[in-house]
Design a protein around this ligand. Structure first.
Ligand code: IPE
Ligand code: IPE
Ligand code: MG
Length: 236
């Protein structure tokens, strides 16, 4: 087969989710405080968005802070909140200029009012953009999301029984298609509560590379792996 035909055959995932893990170990390896790893991770995120966009990914979701991450030392949590503020202040204009729509999903009420305002502004400001959707998962937990969806249905019960569709429609981002490919950096082989419902039939890709080192080549490797897979959804 000619190279050009092979290129045309490549399957690009519509929605890629990433568990951005390994910032702390990246910093430790350099003798730096953990928060410096998170800072490097924030730069990697900016690059990853550009790379995903230019490689044809339409939806990119990123696990930035889990419902369990509050268990970390207060100093690390404070450092992460500082970076969240910095991101909202400095990175939204560039995203907008790239035609990206940004959304934040998770229990946002846990964040300080200025952060919630920044989130609201970023979402409103970029709402009309259609090049790529960026979904940042903060204070997100897959179990919490399912519990919230159940409570939503209980608050306004449907006529008949609950169905997969009615429950799915109460998840945090009902209009976003389920992730096709879930990537986890940092070497751990677990999902740590990410997209539990939505990831039921996602393809997984794990790499030892720490998140701050996850560059375009690494993303291309993950997409290459996805491209060669056959998704059967239970069929023969
Ligand atoms: C991921 O990196 C970022 C967050 C969970 C906020 P980690 O901070 O978990 O880095 P490691 O896993 O300790 O290396
Ligand atoms: C998962 O990483 C959460 C994020 C990347 C935001 P963790 O480092 O919190 O996961 P565990 O503790 O290793 O499972
Ligand atoms: Mg970790």
């Amino acid at each position: 087969m000619a190279d050009k035909d092979k290129e045309e055959e490549k399957k690009i995932p519509l929605h890629v989710g990433i568990i951005m893990d390994g910032n702390g170990r990246w910093a430790k390896r350099r003798g730096l405080p953990r928060v410096m790893g998170h800072k490097a991770g924030m730069e990697a995120l900016e690059e990853a968005i550009d790379n995903a966009h230019s490689l044809g990914v339409r939806y990119l979701s990123l696990y930035a802070f889990s419902t369990e991450n509050w268990k970390r030392l207060p100093s690390e949590v404070a450092g992460l909140m500082g970076l969240f503020r910095l991101y909202l202040k400095n990175k939204i204009e560039k995203l907008h200029s790239r035609g990206a729509r940004i959304r934040f999903v998770g229990k946002l009420e846990a964040f300080a009012p200025d952060i919630r305002n920044g989130v609201r502004f970023a979402e409103e400001y970029t709402r009309g953009n259609t090049e790529i959707d960026i979904i940042i998962c903060v204070n997100y937990g897959g179990r919490q999301e399912i519990v919230d969806a159940v409570n939503c249905l209980l608050a306004a019960p449907p006529d008949g029984p609950v169905t997969e569709e009615s429950l799915r429609s109460k998840m945090y981002a009902p209009d976003i298609p389920d992730p096709d490919l879930l990537i986890r950096t940092g070497g751990e082989l677990r999902m740590s509560n990410f997209w539990l419902w939505e990831g039921a039939y996602s393809e997984y890709y794990f790499t030892d590379v720490y998140w701050p080192d996850f560059d375009r080549t690494e993303l291309e490797r993950a997409l290459e792996s996805y491209s060669g897979r056959e998704r059967r959804y239970g069929t023969a």
